[in-house]
Ligand binder design. Structure first.
Ligand SMILES: Nc1ncnc2c1ncn2[C@@H]1O[C@H](COP(=O)(O)OP(=O)(O)OP(=O)(O)O)[C@@H](O)[C@H]1O
Length: 279
């Protein structure tokens, strides 16, 4: 029985995987010195429907890994598949229909108004008439909590929180099943950050998205993450729900989660959960 059951379980797990990273090596040359190995034989699986958060010390290669999972950086060695296909295919036209990306700074085009920024990925594919692209962009504008009256505003007129929302609407305009977020709350004040996290949480639930997120912000992590992948010593040392990660004995984990900052964030989260339960 076991002989038959094992491959079936493997197949089920593989079908559940939205991103698979196997045996990844990232190596960068240094001027005049020996090359820097950022990732060494790194494995990671992102499961359908989860919010997976990447954490690690500065320079451990979180952004490089995110860029590789988008097909923007080529690894020195290893295999990455996204939605069952080699990641290299993501650089082709129409990739925005499979993966939406929210870059750290929002990265809006300053010469385009809000609506045109959101519609851009749809227009680039030339797959739909312009009127439909505008309609889809307007729908996404409202989905991220902006008003129709914001459509004609220019990026320079927007607050930091609004820029993030426009960038999120653009990332979602082609209804991709997978969303990547690089430091989604960086640069936002605490209120805007809380509001943006609440928006991400409700969109994740409503749209059934799979989300990969890099963040240093513990409030954001505790609110959103189903699992946390910790990068250290050039690979993923643990990938699990927060309680299991906390039980993993490693200096980075102790410093990141259990230092003063981590204790504060956890207390805040527990108080919030307690209040929500009482309502
Ligand atoms: N194109 C490149 N050429 C050379 N080195 C690079 C390149 N891109 C990244 N690196 C190096 O790879 C390492 C990992 O960088 P990365 O930006 O992924 O770190 P990170 O974990 O995101 O750090 P942080 O938390 O500080 O943003 C760094 O040492 C960086 O200098």
């Amino acid at each position: 029985m076991d002989v038959v059951a094992a491959p079936a379980a493997d197949r089920a797990r593989a079908a559940d995987a939205v991103i698979e990273v196997r045996g990844l090596w990232s190596v960068f040359p240094t001027p005049g010195g020996s090359p820097v190995v950022v990732h060494r034989d790194l494995d990671l699986t992102v499961r359908r429907g989860e919010v997976l958060t990447l954490v690690g010390g500065s320079g451990t290669g979180k952004t490089v890994l995110l860029r590789q999972m988008l097909g923007l950086n080529r690894p020195a060695r290893g295999r990455i598949t996204v939605l069952g296909r080699p990641v290299a295919e993501l650089t082709s036209a129409g990739a925005a229909a499979r993966v939406g990306m929210l870059f750290q700074q929002g990265a809006l085009f300053s010469a385009f108004n809000v609506l045109d920024n959101i519609a851009l990925p749809l227009r680039e594919t030339r797959a739909v008439p312009d009127a439909l692209a505008r309609e889809a962009a307007l729908l996404k504008l409202q989905m991220v909590g902006l008003q129709p009256g914001d459509a004609l505003k220019m990026p320079a007129e927007l607050s930091g929180g609004m820029i993030k929302r426009v960038a999120l609407a653009r990332a979602l305009v082609m209804d991709p099943p997978l969303l990547m977020l690089d430091e989604p709350t960086a640069g936002l004040d605490p209120d805007s950050s809380d509001a943006f996290v609440a928006l991400l949480r409700s969109l994740h639930q409503e749209l059934g998205l799979t989300v990969v997120m890099v963040t240093h912000d513990l409030d954001t992590l505790f609110e959103l993450a189903d699992r946390v992948a910790v990068l250290a010593e050039q690979h993923v040392i643990v990938c699990a729900p927060v309680p299991e990660v906390l039980a993993f004995d490693h200096p980075f984990i102790r410093h990141f989660f259990l230092g003063e900052r981590g204790q504060r964030a956890m207390e805040l989260l527990n108080t919030r959960r307690h209040t929500e339960k009482g309502q």
